[in-house]
Design a binder for this molecule. Structure first.
Ligand SMILES: [Zn+2]
Length: 67
């Protein structure tokens, strides 16, 4: 299920500077320079976990979403 034009576009993208995710070392999408979407979500979840220790029940809904 691959078209030649899409493959060529992918190669062109790889010609640009690509950053690696600081968390999982995955190649980042163009525009991302630190964390991939997955790790960004994880960091947000960790922050919410830390906040959850302080704020308790208020953030339970967010923590549930991260699991
Ligand atoms: Zn990552």
């Amino acid at each position: 299920m691959s078209t030649p034009s899409l493959a060529a576009g992918g190669i062109m993208k790889f010609a640009k500077v690509r950053y690696s995710c600081l968390g999982c070392k995955a190649t980042l999408a163009p525009g991302d320079t630190t964390l991939c979407k997955h790790c960004r979500n994880k960091v947000i979840c960790q922050m919410l976990d830390a906040l959850g220790l302080l704020l308790g029940p208020f953030l339970l809904a967010f923590e549930d979403r991260c699991k």
